[in-house]
Design a binder for this molecule. Structure first.
Ligand code: SAM
Ligand code: DTB
Ligand code: SF4
Length: 353
């Protein structure tokens, strides 16, 4: 006999979360939290679709900021080899390869506190070149002023990544060369220009659960939720102050993904750095909890990513459809919200088991 479930009404999008409410979500029994998060996920997205982004470091190392987690800060002694800005041709070659491997978004990261006058026009050319490959473009370049944001918009930029990283309360323990407010200011300018915002954080920096609550509250109480929310697990790099930090418990990581999904129902939640350290089972739980995007490729910015063959096997074993299959037809985009007519009927009845 088919299993039927009551269709829960879609919760409204909120921007007024309180810390107590977020804490209460974290405190739910795991099964209740997962059920709630997965219900929200299924109401808004195809639960078996995954969006694929690929990263490239376009300028590596010698960054003037002192982010305690980062291999690229000039304040830390890591083994990283610095590299000046890549050429547009090098970027196009990497983007084409990423596209051939199934990515539909190409994200370019620069180790800058903010872009300089000499290099910025070259980044605009990179964005235009990526767009001409019929891929979505994303850049992460540090803080921006209004003029730069306008130029990025005119170049056709789709997404700007700028992470809040952690709670305002814990921020000073991790970064001293800029403030949490600096991050919010850039995000506001980007959002007001109509560029999609990609903003999330890193777990495992030594923060407490209340910092994770506070980080999610900051993201979800923005005037508009970020379109994309990367949840990174710290990649520990030798020579950085956070090397040797206690790792975050896998179930606490999954909980954070689930709470992010509940608080930001329309945002694409990306399982980001740190996946190579996660078991298939942990990743599967994150996808069930509402993650629907990954960084794909052997390299993140300066560290190794999860292997492409392991990822292909994982998506196959989970029956998840990637952007590559989307191009061959059918509705399975993680980025296209499921139309209302479908959502009303989407919860498990359609599975007929
Ligand atoms: N410099 C720009 C900035 O910080 O905004 C852009 C590049 S920066 C490398 C982009 C993001 O990568 C950071 O905000 C941080 O969230 C993430 N990140 C950097 N190092 C990381 C690490 N070791 N583990 C996890 N995430 C990391
Ligand atoms: C994000 O949230 N994570 C990416 C991307 N945005 C730019 C970066 C992860 C960096 C991991 C460490 C490294 O490879 O240097
Ligand atoms: Fe620089 Fe960005 Fe690394 Fe911070 S995270 S040190 S701003 S490259």
């Amino acid at each position: 006999m088919p299993v039927t479930m009551t269709t829960e009404a879609k919760a409204p999008i909120r921007h007024d979360w309180t810390l107590d409410e977020v804490q209460a979500l974290f405190d739910l029994p795991m099964n209740d939290l997962l059920f709630k998060a997965h219900t929200v996920h299924r109401q808004n997205f195809d639960p078996n679709a995954i969006q694929i982004s690929t990263l490239l470091s376009i300028k590596t190392g010698r960054c003037s900021e002192d982010c305690g987690y980062c291999s690229q800060s000039a304040h830390h002694k890591t083994e990283l080899e610095a590299e000046s800005l890549l050429s547009v041709d090098e970027v196009v070659e990497a983007a084409q390869k990423a596209k051939d491997e199934g990515a539909d978004r190409f994200c370019m990261g620069a180790a800058w506190s903010r872009p300089n006058k000499r290099d910025f026009p070259k980044v605009l050319a990179m964005i235009k070149a990526v767009k001409s490959l019929d891929m979505e473009s994303c850049v992460t370049l540090g803080m921006l002023d209004q003029e730069q944001v306008q130029a990025l918009k005119e170049a056709g930029l789709d997404y700007y990544n700028h992470n809040l990283d952690t709670s305002p309360e814990f921020y000073g323990n991790v970064i001293s060369t800029r403030t949490f407010q600096d991050r919010l200011d850039t995000l506001n300018t980007v959002q007001q220009a109509g560029i999609n915002v990609c903003s999330g954080g890193i777990l495992g920096l030594g923060e407490e659960r209340q910092d994770r609550c506070s980080l999610l509250m900051q993201l979800a109480n923005m005037a508009q939720h970020p379109d994309s929310v990367p949840i990174n697990m710290l990649v520990q790099v030798e020579g950085t102050p956070l090397y040797g930090q206690d790792e975050i418990a896998p179930l606490e990581f999954v909980r954070t993904v689930a709470v992010a999904r509940i608080m930001m129902p329309h945002s694409v939640v990306r399982l980001s750095a740190g996946r190579e350290e996660m078991s298939d089972e942990m990743q599967a739980m994150c996808f069930f909890a509402g993650a629907n995007s990954v960084f794909y490729g052997e390299r993140l910015l300066t560290t190794e990513g999860a292997s492409a063959s392991a990822d292909q096997k994982l998506f196959h074993d989970l029956g998840m459809k990637t952007s590559l299959e989307k191009k061959t037809g059918g509705h399975n985009s993680a980025t296209d919200p499921v139309p209302d007519a479908v959502t009303e009927a989407a919860p498990l009845q359609s599975l007929n088991f």
